[in-house]
Design a protein around this ligand. Structure first.
Ligand code: FAD
Length: 695
């Protein structure tokens, strides 16, 4: 008999996308399992760039400090180009992350370390109960269509096979240096599946899940099971990647650099942790397999075939990559030591037109978008996919929200994926193409001024901070007005006149505020952690000096204490009053003029042991040691008017409303569209979340 089991969410694939999802589920006490066909995590190489928004998210899960300590901080980028005399010169320098765009700047570190922070966080939040189940290969996925609309059903069944040690290690090509050149073993499912009858029952398990997340990378098996094909194209541009310690007279080796040579291709330099440097090197001379055709020889794409035959990846070595690099960097010298990892890849841009089936099986990360790695986007966007989806699945599987919210996943993330592919398409062609010399006509090569301008603008996109989700059941843009972007005519923002720097649909940015009870300065978002809760930020204004604002504050306190409060309606009986929707207050009166008991009790609730929550009330005021955050100014909120800002569990702004009864009733209507009235005590909902104290 094959063993059978039930779980709310089954995650297939434990790369960055799967681990982010598992982390969310562990944090919110959601029933989940995560399986991966590989026998071990990765230890070197692959992705390395962590963008500003990703670091903000890591901060909200409590481990950004590890990135800041362990990673290399990338602060400057230099552009190098042919000088027309056979050499190279530095044509420009820029800040690598746009100053002021986030409290964090891009850092770089190998993917294996980043995955280990997730593994630690998953262990911590789940109390040691959850971990990645490795060497588990899914063989079959079935969806019971009759049950897909029943929120309590487990309509997706996945047959898992436990692989032995040899079966779960991909065959590695090349030298004994760790590398990304391995033979994919994506076909194994078919091999096993055809012989399921012969398989030992003990190695099989049939898992019944409410939801399945396919986080299984670019060759996604889950994507194939739901019948979705990627759309897009590949080029014949081939790039090598080498992680090593360079020995060179090139002066900017510890800066991020984009180097275009005249005839030998381009290099991107990424200075890394522990003295390492990653070189992305365009390979003009590569070992080819003449028996095959490139895609452009087959008329399938627009890339320029430089040599006959497809690249024979098994013959790529660090020496092949280094030889190409030396030609590009000439006349500078380049040797290397401490080679840690290398790989080679062919650039392609592909996106999946669907991210889900029946809102029961979802795909995320590389399973739905692939592109070149040089803009440091793949891992970041992959993690942001599941950062977007997993909290929604947590709400639905716990019966806190209706299934309607799941539709927003594809709507929100497909737009981001398409923008990413368009960005990468242009970026890779500008970077891979031969440069035009100064004075040459544009059709003769890449215009390097255009490349710099695109790079600068692209830095905003690449930071991940300007993702703007559309109107939906979770974003109410009618609470603002369309406003043209100050510098980019193609972009329209939605902004309320009550908070002119808070963009509805974008992430809620941080500003420093001071805790009312102990004078501790905080980034406001550090009091809005990713723990599954919605937040209403009550910008109460200068309530001490504006009587109308004082009235509204008292009115809100009274409302929150009443049984008719929508917050109580959506909170399971027996759970903490703030475990689904938390109200945080930021006032604009002088902190020392305000007393703790100026605030109604509802703003400083007690738990069942009588312990007071001192971390819900803040002042926009001077701190003793960290200056003044000027939060009202930063958010564009008038101190004599105030506003409510509603922020989703993933930190995106849902709506901005005026203080008082009218604004609050709109917020109540908004929640009424998807939150479900709670009548029974929670199964696991957030009661495991420790919220006492400000850790
Ligand atoms: P993956 O990381 O591919 O993880 C998929 C997981 O699923 C793997 O653990 C795999 O073993 C498992 N799996 C696959 N199939 C199955 C199956 N059938 N059953 C069970 N398990 C399965 N991105 C950046 O953001 N910044 C960078 O700087 C960057 N640099 C890169 C440099 C290089 C050289 C490369 C190759 C990639 C780079 N990327 C970068 C891209 C980044 O590595 C990927 O976008 C990212 O890893 C995608 O995460 P994922 O979780 O979607 O997929």
């Amino acid at each position: 008999m094959v063993k059978e089991s039930n779980v709310d969410v089954l995650i297939i694939g434990a790369g960055p996308a799967g681990l982010m999802a598992a982390n969310w589920f562990a944090r919110t006490g959601t029933s989940f399992r995560i399986v991966d066909k590989r026998g071990s995590k990765i230890f070197a190489g692959q992705a390395d760039g962590l963008q500003c928004r990703t670091l903000e998210v890591f901060q909200s899960f409590g481990f950004a400090d590890r990135a800041l300590k362990e990673a290399n901080h990338m602060l400057e980028i230099s552009f190098w180009e042919p000088d027309g005399k056979g050499g190279l010169y530095r044509s420009a320098r820029l800040a690598d992350s746009i100053p002021g765009i986030s409290r964090f700047q891009q850092v770089v570190l190998h993917q294996g370390r980043i995955e280990s922070w997730f593994l630690d966080a998953i262990r911590k939040w789940s109390g040691g109960r959850a971990s990645v189940e490795r060497s588990k290969l899914p063989l079959r996925l079935d969806i019971d269509e009759e049950k897909v609309e029943d929120p309590n059903a487990y309509p997706v069944s996945v047959l898992l096979k436990h692989l032995d040690e040899n079966e779960s290690m991909p065959e590695q090509f090349g030298s004994n240096v760790a590398n990304g050149l391995f033979r994919s073993f994506e076909g194994d499912q078919d091999k096993y599946y055809q012989n399921t009858k012969d398989l030992d029952d003990d190695s099989l398990e049939l898992v019944h899940a409410k939801y399945v997340m396919g986080c299984d990378g670019a060759h996604s098996w889950v994507r194939k099971q739901i019948g979705v094909e990627m759309e897009g194209e590949s080029t014949d541009y081939v790039w090598g990647v080498l992680d090593s310690v360079p020995i060179t007279d090139f002066p900017d080796i510890r800066n991020r650099c984009a180097i275009h040579s005249l005839d030998s291709g381009s290099i991107m330099v990424i200075p890394r942790e522990q003295g390492l440097v990653r070189l992305y090197i365009q390979l003009r001379e590569t070992p080819r397999d003449p028996a095959t055709k490139t895609e452009s020889e087959m008329g399938k794409n627009e890339g320029k075939a430089l040599e006959k035959g497809r690249v024979d990846r098994s013959k790529i070595t660090p020496e092949v990559i280094l030889d190409n690099a030396r030609k590009i960097l000439h006349p500078y010298k380049l040797d290397i030591t401490d080679v840690k990892w290398y790989t080679a890849y062919q650039i392609g841009q592909r996106v999946s037109p669907k991210f889900e089936k029946f809102q029961r099986v979802f795909i995320s990360g590389d399973a739905c978008h692939t592109h070149s790695p040089k803009a440091g986007q793949g891992m970041n966007v992959s993690m942001m996919d599941t950062f977007n989806l997993a909290w929604k699945l947590a709400y639905v599987s716990k019966g806190l929200a209706s299934r309607d919210i799941l539709k927003t996943y594809e709507d929100e993330r497909l737009d981001v994926a398409r923008a990413l592919i368009a960005f990468d398409h242009k970026f890779s062609r500008l970077f891979s193409g031969k440069p035009a010399l100064p004075g040459a006509i544009k059709s003769e090569g890449v215009d390097l001024d255009e490349f710099h301008a695109f790079f600068e603008k692209g830095n905003e996109f690449a930071s991940g901070t300007v993702v703007d989700y559309d109107d939906s059941v979770l974003i109410d843009k009618s609470s603002g007005k369309p406003v043209p972007h100050a510098t980019d005519k193609e972009v329209t923002l939605t902004i309320s006149p009550l908070a002119t720097n808070v963009i509805i649909g974008r992430r809620f940015d941080s500003a420093q505020v001071v805790n009312q009870s102990d004078a501790h300065p905080w980034y406001l978002t550090d009091r809005m952690l990713s723990d599954g809760r919605w937040r209403i930020v009550n910008f109460a204004g200068d309530f001490k000096n504006v009587p109308e604002l004082n009235k509204r504050l008292i009115w809100l306190g009274d409302y929150l204490a009443e049984d008719r409060s929508f917050i109580k309606k959506y909170t399971p009986p027996g759970a903490k009053v703030d475990s689904v929707i938390e109200v945080l207050t930021v006032h604009a009166s002088p902190r020392v003029d305000v007393e703790w008991d100026d605030f109604p009790l509802a703003f400083r609730p007690r738990d069942c042991a009588g312990r007071m929550d001192y971390w819900k009330i803040y002042a926009d005021d001077n701190s003793y040691h960290e200056g003044h955050g000027h939060a009202y100014e930063k958010y564009g909120i008038a101190k004599d008017v105030g506003a409510y800002v509603v922020v989703r569990p993933d930190g995106y702004v849902s709506m901005v409303e005026p203080l008082g009864e009218e604004g609050l009733s709109k917020i109540g209507e908004f929640f009424g569209k998807f939150l479900l009235e709670q009548k029974v005590p929670p199964r696991t909902m957030f009661e495991e979340i420790e919220t006492y104290g400000a850790d």
